[in-house]
Design a protein around this ligand. Structure first.
Ligand code: CUA
Length: 161
């Protein structure tokens, strides 16, 4: 079969591009450990308030020195509405929703995830800069969406603030 050299070049280029794209997905999913924020951990949205994983909301110290933030995103507030975490240590956010889909964004940081009823969203990050951060819902969730916000205070442990 006779293939025009010009067309052949484009076919080769297309195959090379596709290989690069697939390789990017495979490398990010395996070597870099990227994954959906739910970890596909499921929870019953109807009973999530009494589920042992979410019965107690707030900030908890973990044995390995990191901090866990257990939070509910619901119409139209984050519970608790204000959380205090230390700077410079890993913070594990664990969130779920008892009603509709919400977003959780800590403005000025890399925390930005979707909170879906039926799933547990888990995000791990370390806040290096102490200060006050705004937590926003960035997923339209009803008439009160625009007032759905919270506050994250990153405390400088060494300064004792
Ligand atoms: Cu919750 Cu928008």
């Amino acid at each position: 079969m006779k293939v025009d050299p010009y067309e052949k070049a484009w076919m080769v280029a297309a195959v090379v591009l596709l290989t690069v794209f697939v390789a990017t997905v495979v490398v990010s999913a395996t070597a870099q450990g990227l994954h959906p924020p739910s970890h596909v951990e499921t929870i019953d949205p109807v009973t999530c308030r009494s589920d042992p994983r979410f019965a107690e909301l707030g900030v908890f110290d973990l044995e390995d020195g990191s901090v866990e933030v257990v939070m509910l995103a619901q119409v139209w507030a984050f519970l608790p509405g204000e959380v205090h975490v230390p700077a410079g240590v890993p913070v594990v956010f664990r969130m779920t929703s008892p009603d509709v889909i919400h977003g959780v964004q800590v403005v000025g940081t890399n925390v930005n995830a979707t909170v879906i009823p039926g799933y547990v969203t888990e995000v791990v990050t370390t806040f290096e800069r102490p200060g006050e951060y705004l937590i926003l819902c960035n997923e339209y969730c009803g008439t009160g969406h625009h007032v759905m916000s919270g506050k994250l205070i990153v405390e400088d442990e060494e300064a004792g603030s």
